[in-house]
Write a protein that binds this ligand. Structure first.
Ligand code: APR
Length: 231
């Protein structure tokens, strides 16, 4: 049984990582335009570097929660039949043990070199403008996909969504495309669709199974059902 799980900020909320839209549109005191667009980076690169440096340090100080661990357990049971597609830039899925994972909006734990395109693993601050380990230029930025930029691995994601038998959406408001369109694509291709979210998202089509609650409770229970049914 092929499963695609799409996750958003809500799966990391119980680990202490702030979501985007629960903060009244302000993202830790900043407007999205200032810290999540190429124009904002152009306007004030130091502000943007400091913002992501702070988020990178904050994520290093929190741990995966029961929902992340449940998805790692699901991968141990289903192997390559499972793909986790996350909109999150934290590394909590990896730290819980998930391997079949796509970060469609990039990763705080990588930098992107604007000079040579390298995407080195990165855990230090970028504000001091360190040299790129590949080309030496001091043009590293966070490897985070900003609004107006192309998300990563879209072909691989769409192939998996089209082919899956079960599509689950966990902890996402379903307000940013292309991620928000995957449930409709999966459903049109015959998949059973499940939403595990604090409140019903504004998805265009209804999920076959929509469960409201905390990811830390809903996800382990849902994984138990799948693993038990698999025998
Ligand atoms: N358990 C389950 N769901 C939760 C929890 C929780 N503990 N806490 C919050 N949620 C839900 C909220 O109800 C909301 O529907 O998670 C969702 C979080 O939505 P957003 O804050 O919009 O985050 P997300 O959907 O991941 O945003 C998508 O938008 O800002 C861009 O690139 C950014 O990747 C991000 C994208």
């Amino acid at each position: 049984m092929r499963i695609v799980v799409l996750t958003g900020a809500g799966i990391s909320a119980e680990s202490g990582v702030p979501t985007f839209r629960d903060a009244d549109g302000l993202w830790e005191g900043h407007s999205v335009d200032d810290v999540a667009t190429p124009e904002g980076f152009e306007r004030d690169p130091d502000l943007v570097q400091r913002f992501y440096d702070a988020r990178r340090r904050a994520v290093a100080s929190v741990v995966p929660n029961a929902a992340h661990h449940a998805l790692a357990r699901l991968e141990r049971a289903f192997g390559d039949e499972l793909l986790v597609v996350t909109q999150n830039v934290d590394d909590l899925h990896e730290r819980a043990g998930t391997r079949n994972l796509v970060h469609m909006h990039g990763e705080l734990q990588r930098a992107l070199c604007a000079a040579c395109g390298a995407r080195p693993v990165w855990d230090a601050d970028l504000e001091p403008r360190p040299p790129c380990p590949v080309c030496g230029e001091r043009m590293l930025r966070p490897d985070v996909v900003w609004f107006g930029e192309m998300p990563y691995d879209l072909d691989r994601i769409e192939d998996a969504v089209v082919a899956c038998d079960v599509f689950a959406s966990i902890g996402t408001s379903g307000s940013v495309y292309p991620a928000a369109g995957y449930v409709a694509l999966a459903s049109a291709c015959g998949a059973w669709t499940v939403e595990l979210n604090l409140e019903p998202s504004d998805a265009l089509i209804p999920f076959d199974d929509a469960r409201a609650g905390w990811a830390g409770e809903l996800v382990p229970a849902w994984v138990d059902e799948l693993v038990t049914a698999r025998g």
